[in-house]
Design a protein around this ligand. Structure first.
Ligand SMILES: [Ca+2]
Length: 345
C-alpha cells in the first residue's frame, strides 16, 4: 500500500516536473517574440528620462531652455542611467522652434525668404507666396497670383485647397508652382525642398529660436547672421539681439522633438515625441501618479486630471516606428516547431 502511494507520488512528481519544463520552454520561446513589448516599455522609460533631464537642467537655468547644447543633450550620461548589457540606446533632441513657421509667416517674410534664401525672381516669389497663402487661408477667393479650390477642382483627379495649415511639407506637392519648383518630374522632393525642410517647419507656428536656427534662417532674421553669437559668455543668446527681427525672433526653445531608439539586436524600436515645455505649472500639484487618486476613484485622463499631475511638458504628438515585428503571435503549441533547439521533447 505504502509502495503504491509512493509510486503514485513519484509519478505525479514526474508529470508535474515535465509539465513545468515544457511550460518554461514555452514561455522562453514566446519571450523571443514578445521582446518588442519589453523594448517598447524601455524606450518609453528613456523618453521619460530625457524629459526629466531636460526639466532639471532647465530649472537650474531659471526654467529656460535656450539651446540643445545646454548640458542635457546627453540625458543618459547626465542621469547616469545604466543600459542593460547588449542593448543600445540613441537619444536625439531637436528644436522644432529653430525653424521658420511656414504656416503662419506673413507675406512680406515669405517673399523675402523665397527671394533671398532661394533666389527666386520677384514674380515667382509672389506666385509661390500667393499659392501658399490661398491654400492655407479659410476663404475661397483666389489672390491675383494664387489659386483656390475652383482651380484645383479642374485637375484630374480633382481636389480642394486645404483652407487650413499644412500638415506636412510634402503637402506642397499639391500646390501650383510649388509642385514645379520644389519637386522633380516624378514628384520627388528636390534640392530646394531639402533646403526648405532645413529652414521651415509646419509644426512651429510661433517665433524662431535663433540659438538653434540654421545659418540660412539667421541670415534672414538678423543683420549680422551668425556673428550674433560673437563675444557671448555662453554659447547661446539669452536675449533677443537688437539686430534681429523682433517679430519672428526668440531665444528659447518652445517645441522639442525627442527621438529615442533602442536596439536589442539589429532592428531599432523608435519613439519620437513632440513636446512643449510647460514649466509654469505649480510645483507639488496634488494629482499624484496617473491612474491613482486619494479617493480611490479611477482616473479617466480628463484635461483637469492631466493639469493636476503638473507634468512639466505638454505632449503634442508621439509616433512609434517598428520594423521586423512578427505579424502574428506564435501559436499556442509553437514550441513544437523549434525541434532541435528545444531539449524538452
Ligand atoms: Ca483658401
Amino acid at each position: 500500500m505504502l509502495v503504491a502511494v509512493l509510486a503514485i507520488i513519484m509519478l505525479l512528481t514526474f508529470i508535474i516536473t515535465r509539465f513545468m519544463e515544457e511550460a518554461v520552454d514555452d514561455l522562453e520561446y514566446r519571450a523571443i517574440f514578445n521582446e518588442p513589448a519589453d523594448v517598447r516599455s524601455f524606450t518609453y522609460s528613456m523618453l521619460e528620462v530625457s524629459l526629466a533631464a531636460i526639466h532639471e537642467v532647465a530649472l537650474i537655468d531659471e526654467g529656460k531652455l535656450y539651446a540643445p547644447d545646454q548640458e542635457w543633450a546627453d540625458p543618459i550620461g547626465y542621469t547616469g542611467i545604466e543600459i542593460p548589457n547588449g542593448w543600445e540606446v540613441d537619444i536625439q533632441i531637436q528644436d522644432e522652434s529653430g525653424k521658420l513657421p511656414l504656416n503662419t509667416m506673413e507675406e512680406p517674410m515669405l517673399n523675402r525668404m523665397l527671394e533671398e534664401s532661394f533666389d527666386f525672381d520677384f514674380g515667382t516669389s509672389r506666385e509661390l507666396s500667393s499659392m501658399l497663402l490661398d491654400w492655407i487661408d479659410p476663404n475661397d477667393s483666389a489672390r491675383l497670383n494664387g489659386a483656390e479650390s475652383e482651380d484645383y477642382l479642374r485637375r484630374n483627379p480633382p481636389y480642394r485647397t486645404a483652407n487650413g495649415p499644412l500638415q506636412s511639407l510634402e503637402e506642397l506637392r499639391l500646390l501650383e508652382v510649388w509642385e514645379e519648383e520644389f519637386f522633380d518630374e516624378d514628384g520627388r522632393p528636390n534640392e530646394l525642398f531639402q533646403k526648405l525642410d532645413r529652414m521651415a517647419s509646419v509644426i512651429n507656428s510661433g517665433t524662431v529660436n535663433l540659438n538653434s536656427s540654421p545659418q540660412e534662417v539667421l541670415e534672414l532674421l538678423t543683420e549680422d547672421g551668425e556673428h550674433i553669437f560673437d563675444g557671448l559668455k555662453m554659447p547661446w543668446l539669452t536675449d533677443i539681439p537688437g539686430s534681429a527681427d523682433s517679430k519672428y525672433s526668440d531665444v528659447q526653445m518652445r517645441i522639442l522633438r525627442i527621438t529615442v531608439s533602442v536596439w536589442r539586436g539589429r532592428v531599432p524600436f523608435t519613439v519620437s515625441a513632440l513636446v512643449e515645455p510647460n514649466f509654469e505649472t505649480e510645483e507639488g500639484a496634488s494629482g499624484g501618479a496617473p491612474g491613482s487618486s486619494s479617493d480611490g476613484a479611477p482616473k479617466t485622463g480628463a484635461t483637469s486630471e492631466q493639469e493636476a499631475i503638473g507634468y512639466p511638458f505638454k505632449i503634442l504628438q508621439v509616433s512609434e516606428y517598428t520594423q521586423g515585428r512578427p505579424s502574428s503571435p506564435p501559436a499556442r503549441y509553437s514550441a513544437l516547431d523549434i525541434g532541435e533547439e528545444s531539449d524538452s521533447f
